[in-house]
Design a protein around this ligand. Structure first.
Ligand code: DAK
Length: 257
């Protein structure tokens, strides 16, 4: 399918989405969000795909929601059309999604990256929630996810001042899992996604589900939930294959069942 605002490439078992509004620093307009949502849904349904990567370009992952598109909205229009609610579609994907961030990831761009399962950052990455400078506040999970990922004091400072955080600080704070050279970022993200896509997909779904549950539960509820999911993995043919392959000193041949 041809899209205007994103580029979609298949790399073996991985789909690479490149946000593609370079003149506008990949500002996230409705078209881009619709196209990305559509692309993610297709990848989610494609049984040959095991993971996804979302990236931007060297200058910007995304500099936020499109201010030019947003500026004339009223409360009534924003509320009635449930403005930007489609963004959350990304969080309902069961397949892992990696954000590969170089350059600016601001406002909705930072929120989009945080909706992914983890963020790999290039050395040039800059994260921020500058909405306060526009007379608004984050609206796609920024105050919630940032606070959980990097602690309240840092999140509060960033949300109240709009200060940007560089890649090094973002790694130290726990916002990103690794910092890579800019030139290696996308290839390393694809390699990482590929390594996940070659595992047993049902186990990957269960692992992702269990980690995400930790954000919604007490520790004891989470541990109980994890144990039940762990028990359920013994119903998979892939569990037998994984353990037999280990004992026979060969690579497992997972069948996703
Ligand atoms: N929207 C629209 N256009 C943008 C943009 C944005 N967010 N960011 C950059 N651009 C455009 C610029 O207008 C410029 O376009 P032209 O003037 O050439 O047509 C072009 O990209 C290049 O930008 P600059 O000339 O400004 O480039 P610089 O290198 O000088 O500066 C910058 C880069 C990233 C520091 C600067 O562009 C900047 O401050 N951008 C705005 C960053 C920002 O404030 N982001 C937060 C946007 S508010 C919601 C959910 C989410 C949201 C809202 C509601 N709901 C669920 C209800 C999210 C809100 C936001 O993200």
């Amino acid at each position: 399918m041809n899209y205007e605002t994103i580029i979609v490439e298949k790399k073996e078992k991985v789909i690479l989405f490149t946000l593609n509004r370079p003149d506008q620093l990949n500002a996230l307009n409705s078209k881009l969000i619709d196209e990305l949502g559509d692309g993610l849904t297709n990848a989610e349904l494609d049984e040959n795909i095991g993971a996804m990567v979302i990236t931007g370009n060297a200058k910007a992952f995304a500099a936020g929601a499109d201010i030019k598109e947003m500026k004339d909205k009223t409360f009534a229009t924003a509320y009635m059309e449930n403005f930007i609610s489609k963004w959350e579609a990304i969080t309902s994907c069961r397949k892992p999604i990696i954000a590969a961030v170089a350059g600016f990831a601001l406002g909705g761009g930072c929120e989009l990256a945080m909706m992914c399962d983890f963020i790999l950052a290039g050395e040039s990455a800059k994260f921020g929630q500058p909405e306060i400078k526009l007379g608004i506040i984050p609206g796609a999970g920024g105050t919630q996810r940032l606070t959980r990922f990097i602690s309240k004091p840092k999140a509060m400072e960033m949300v109240l001042t709009g200060r940007m955080m560089d890649a090094d600080e973002a790694e130290k704070s726990g916002l990103v899992s690794r910092v890579l050279k800019d030139e290696d970022l996308v290839s390393e993200a694809i390699k990482t996604a590929q390594s996940i896509a070659n595992l047993s997909l049902p186990s990957v779904f269960l692992a992702k589900d269990s980690v995400n549950y930790s954000y919604e539960s007490s520790l004891s509820q989470g541990v109980e939930y994890e144990r039940k999911l762990f028990h359920s993995t013994f119903s998979l043919e892939d569990q037998k294959e994984g353990m037999e392959a280990f004992i026979e000193k060969r690579k497992p041949n997972f069948k996703n069942r």
